[in-house]
Design a protein around this ligand. Structure first.
Ligand code: SAM
Length: 511
């Protein structure tokens, strides 16, 4: 490990995930649902952007000027390559927070996002981040922050300590991190086979270890093997951000806003008795044994009157990103699976089924008497966004401006699908964010962009890409060995893609 890392894992690069919570447009309805005015977003910043997939998608697909920093030079180099390919103008650097946050040439930001960073850095770095937010977030601006929390992670603390100590003390110095992680996990597994009293007192930790054993080692390295790993109770985070003049503005996970998905009736009633909103949030974390929080905070929250709230919400636009026929009328939260009211969701989904962006007001009018109240429609849209069947949409002007950079970025990302880099999203100029697109789907799109017109051609193109790398298609847990079998399966998948996905990818400006 080299010394610029502040104890952060640097010898295994992070994975190429995309996180739509970092899309500022997605914050708007959640903030409105909490009663707050959402800001327009002209300038945004992501701290600790990893491989930079999210920041590049957002920079290419929105009209905002994005900045970002990640001190791992391998991450920053890849992220910058994407920024150049897209032409988005994103300013992405490989500076440590302490250097980046004190730069003199930064603008003030409407949105600052940090995903998977807060719990994994030192107290000193958290202070640097807070100071940056205090100075650089505009009044009315929004912070998106995710972090490991308590009480859900209580038993993980000693397990993580054990794994880290094993990796540090029981293995040959100089050994690479991935095999050290494997050995530490195997040790913990053998320890748990001895039925230690810790396991009996915390039975759920056995399942956590089982899940860890199946995880990508790059994810585990960054999640658990840093010097710093500190789950923080909500109240402590709210207090720290409060000192930077921020107020809690609600969860960034839209399904968290819907009580019936999260709490029993009794739990809901118990919480409603608590007058203090922040304390209520702490108690709610006990109710659901919260492990990981995704929160929005605002600097100077402006609580809207009921009338203003309705007027702003009615101008927001939405597009259906799921296939109408495939959308299940159920949603799942900590309280289990809940059926969604057919009489509300069916008409809303029908109105949106042509995948054209529509305003809240247009949906409301089209549904007529079927959706009786503003609150019912608001909740339905929140749930559909939380289920990832629906996304907020930008204005036509912004969509038109974002198209070229989104197209350039997507070409670069689809090219990397040939070598299976593991990037599972493409940029939508319509939603200002990423849409999940699997590797094979990206290869079909690439074939299409190169002029191949039939699913049979797309399947053959994908099969050529796989044979280059000596790869085979896997169906279930079976590897298809013969060339004909592979080609037939890829052609079948390309056919399904043409029928079920192409219209949505075209409507979202990706195809
Ligand atoms: C767990 S990863 C999350 C990456 C990305 N936000 C995501 O969710 O995919 C944390 C990232 O923060 C970066 N990081 C950690 N400490 C940092 C520091 N002091 N300055 C800049 N970047 C840092 C790491 O290099 C890493 O890429």
């Amino acid at each position: 490990m080299t010394d610029w890392t502040s104890g952060y894992v640097a010898d295994l690069e992070y994975s190429y995930g995309y996180f739509d919570e970092l899309n500022p447009l997605r914050a708007r309805l959640a903030l409105l649902n909490s009663g707050f005015a959402p800001p327009a977003c002209e300038s945004a910043c992501e701290l600790g952007f990893g491989q930079g997939v999210s920041v590049n998608i957002h920079a290419a697909a929105t009209g905002a000027q994005w900045w970002g920093s990640d001190f791992n030079p391998a991450h920053a180099a890849f992220a910058r390559e994407l920024a150049v390919a897209s032409g988005s103008g994103a300013r992405l650097v490989d500076e440590a927070f302490a250097d980046f946050c004190t730069r003199q040439d930064l603008p003030d930001f409407d949105f600052i996002g940090l995903h998977g960073v807060w719990s994994w850095v030192s107290d000193q770095n958290r202070s640097v981040i807070l100071d940056f937010i205090r100075r650089r977030l505009k009044p009315g601006g929004v912070v998106y922050i995710s972090y490991n929390t308590l009480p859900g992670h209580t038993a993980t603390v000693p397990l993580r300590q054990l794994l880290v100590r094993h990796a540090e003390t029981m293995q040959a110095p100089g050994q690479a991190l991935a095999p050290r992680i494997d050995a530490a996990l195997e040790f913990a597994q053998r320890l748990f086979e001895q039925n230690p009293a810790f396991l009996a007192a915390n039975p759920q930790i056995g399942a956590r270890l089982e899940r860890m054993l199946k995880e990508d080692r790059r994810y585990l390295a960054h999640e658990y093997f840093n010097r710093d790993w500190r789950p923080m109770p909500f109240g402590e985070v709210a207090q720290a951000l409060g000192e930077a003049k921020l107020s809690f503005a609600g969860s960034a996970h839209h399904l968290d806003h819907v009580e019936v998905l999260n709490l029993t009736e009794g739990q809901g009633a118990f919480l409603r008795e608590l007058p203090d909103a922040l304390f209520r949030e702490t108690v709610r974390d006990f109710m659901i044994n919260q492990q990981f929080r995704r929160d929005y905070f605002i600097k100077g929250p402006r609580r809207l009157t009921a009338l203003d709230l309705r007027e702003i919400a009615r101008r927001e636009r939405f597009i259906l990103t799921g296939r109408r026929e495939a959308i299940a009328l159920t949603a799942t939260g900590p309280a289990g699976e809940v059926g969604l009211r057919q009489e509300i969701y069916e008409p809303v989904l029908d109105v949106l089924s042509d995948h054209r962006p529509r305003t809240f007001e247009e949906i409301e009018h089209a549904c007529g008497a079927q959706v009786r109240t503003f609150a019912e429609l608001l909740e339905a849209l929140m749930v559909l966004i939380g289920k990832k069947d629906l996304a907020p949409a930008q204005s036509d002007d912004v969509i038109a401006k974002a198209r070229p950079a989104a197209r350039n970025l997507n070409q670069r990302l689809m090219a990397s699908a040939r070598s299976d880099q593991g990037i599972g999203a493409l940029a939508s100029p319509v939603t200002g964010g990423g849409i999940p697109v699997s590797r094979f789907e990206q290869l079909f799109l690439l074939a299409r962009a190169q002029g191949w017109s039939s699913p049979a051609d797309w399947g053959a193109f994908a099969w050529n890409c796989l044979t280059e790398l000596d790869q085979r298609v896997i169906v279930g847990d079976q590897v298809l060995e013969g060339g004909e079998e592979n080609l037939a399966e890829l052609t079948r998948q390309a056919g399904a893609f043409a029928e079920e996905r192409l219209a949505i990818l075209s409507a979202t400006g990706i195809a």
